[in-house]
Ligand binder design. Sequence first.
Ligand SMILES: [Zn+2]
Length: 176
Amino acid sequence: MKIAKVIHYYDKIGVAVVEVLKQPLKVGDTIKISGHDNEFNQTVSSLQIEHAQVKEIAKGEIVRELVPKLPFGTYVKVNQIVCMRSFKATGRARARIWSFPRIWQVALKLPPYYVIEVLSGHFDHLSDDDKTRVLIHELMHIPKNFSGALIPHRGLHKRISHGTVETLFRLYTSNI
Ligand SMILES: [Zn+2]
């Protein structure tokens, strides 16, 4: 009986993000996980039920790794980047970055922050390399002065395009 659809499986830590199709799924159940080319049994040791449509994800699992290995390392403050995963998002974007304009920083007495939002339905199924590319793209929107503002796709000095993302992706993969 198919009880759930696996949206993403983190094989290193044995955690599956699933959409439950048939209730109930409970701790202690042994479930069979079938992938493209393998199948295995796993006992459900804990369950986290997602009620919210947006949730903070491990602060930059990839972002934290990416930034120091790329030119971003000199100006991107990883502690001031919050990564969010949203569910049931509309639109076709795989991710987006949100600015925090200076007027809000002054009003709320907070330093600049950025939110990188990944849209679960369009992002989770990507290969690791493509996820990295998407995050590089979003990070490229951050200006060198880390002001809270965003750089447009076609700027005066910089262009955020497939080509410029790929250049940084290559640099990253050669630095791992
Ligand atoms: Zn963009």
